[in-house]
Design a protein around this ligand. Sequence first.
Ligand code: 6GU
Length: 252
Amino acid sequence: MRIDILTLFPGMFEGPMTESMLWKARDRHLLDLRLHDIRDYSTSKHRAVDDTPYGGGGGMVMKPDVVTVAVEAVLNGAPPDTPVILMTPQGRLFSHEIAVSLARQQQVIILCGHYEGIDERVNALVVTDEISIGDYVLTGGELAAMVVVDAVARHIPGVLGAEGGADRDSHADGILEGPQYTRPPVFRGLSVPQVLQDGNHDTIKRWRRELGLRRTWLRRPDLLLKASLTEDEQYLLATFADEDARKSNASK
Ligand code: 6GU
């Protein structure tokens, strides 16, 4: 898969994109990540990329001519319908589902907004999608773009080993993962649960699912609305709800 990133600050990507899993994915040619400096597409004497906003209000706006030409240069030769994603706090909220669907693309182009934003005509002309990573404002789209690249790369076949398959992740089926342990069996008086030490894989699977479900119930009940649960799991949820009801009655 190929991902092109257009940014005013390509240097910001140096560390995160050259370490760990992302570097391995690039090294093994599973991820072809290319950085483009938007400033290279400016034709003005001082290589200007931004200008003051019409109507005032302070800050600077990225120029439509420079940004549009930069995107078109990268689009040249890309498959038809290649997504051009603008990273902006006004975008739709990034999710597991969006990560999976982007990972199915041959190529994705990501445009990092900066300053007060990008001239709206860029959206009309070349942007096909706008993505935000959460309800807070970052100083630029770069860190958000790195989050998207990382989350997408995990779903490119071969990037994760067979063992750590992305289909077992928290959020893959709308349920959070349960707790994990490694040796030693007792650390500062805290033991690894006996069921894990016993090593019965069916029992462990059920135990993990139950704890994941309980954790989801406690921390992210909103996720349960869209989770697909077996009858057993729905029954478990009902018992959590009963326990809560009993506890709250007892404290009255
Ligand atoms: Cl994509 N960009 C900026 N600047 N801020 C954000 C964001 C993106 N997502 C959340 N906050």
